[in-house]
Write a protein that binds this ligand. Sequence first.
Ligand code: AMP
Length: 258
Amino acid sequence: MLRLLTTREDLDTLLDREDLVLVPTMGALHEGHLSLMRLAREHGRKVIVSIFVNPLQFGEGEDFDQYPRKLVEDMDLIGDFADYLWAPTCQDIYPLEVESKLEMIHANSEIADKLCGLSRKGHFDGVCTVVTRLFDFVKSSKAVFGEKDFQQLMVIEDMVKRYKLPVEIIRGPMIREGCGLAMSSRNQYLSDKERKTAANIYKYLKEVASGALTIDHAREIMISLGIELEYLEKHWDRLFFAGKVGQTRLIDNINTGS
Ligand code: AMP
């Protein structure tokens, strides 16, 4: 049965930390998150899901206030997939900072200062800061992160290595909707029309990855479809997309195999 934990004391008194796997999330859970929980189950004996909408990783004018918060629905959804749900408050995560200055953990700029790092200044420092705290509080031997946020995954893997954190990072494959759209908590902001437009993103990523289309041509097509393109770029062995459909910022990526 799923156990709800809130405070750090709950973690210390109620959590069985032996062979525990953490799945950090911001809630408004969907099949993409569930796939990470299934994977976590394959890698450990107990699964803990955290839900925390981290203010530090949202910039000014971003959707921190509007970000969907659905704790009751989330609890219903994950009942069969996780043993613990940890839903801390901001005070639980950043207790010292009430009185003193917040000590940020900085992301490696070689990974973070491109793609999403350009438009979302400080975003990956916010991610690194919260993730180190989640690790420190939960103390699981493993944690699962999705390839949906591939740059974030690279930043976290690098951070774990640099700081020699005692946690193994497991990569979870990207889960898509039937139309190809990458599943995201933000998809619920999309109207039906916008969702149809957004479904084209994966279509053109695949065409570029297969060599049927150049990146330049795909950029032109996406813009002509009404997508407000932020980037379509190749880094490492992946093609990365970010852009807005209507007011909703979406990201995606695909392996190019080279
Ligand atoms: P979020 O709640 O958006 O912060 O995501 C929590 C975790 O779920 C992150 O590791 C994401 O990469 C992962 N995730 C979100 N959407 C998907 C998806 N469609 N497929 C796989 N993993 C996902």
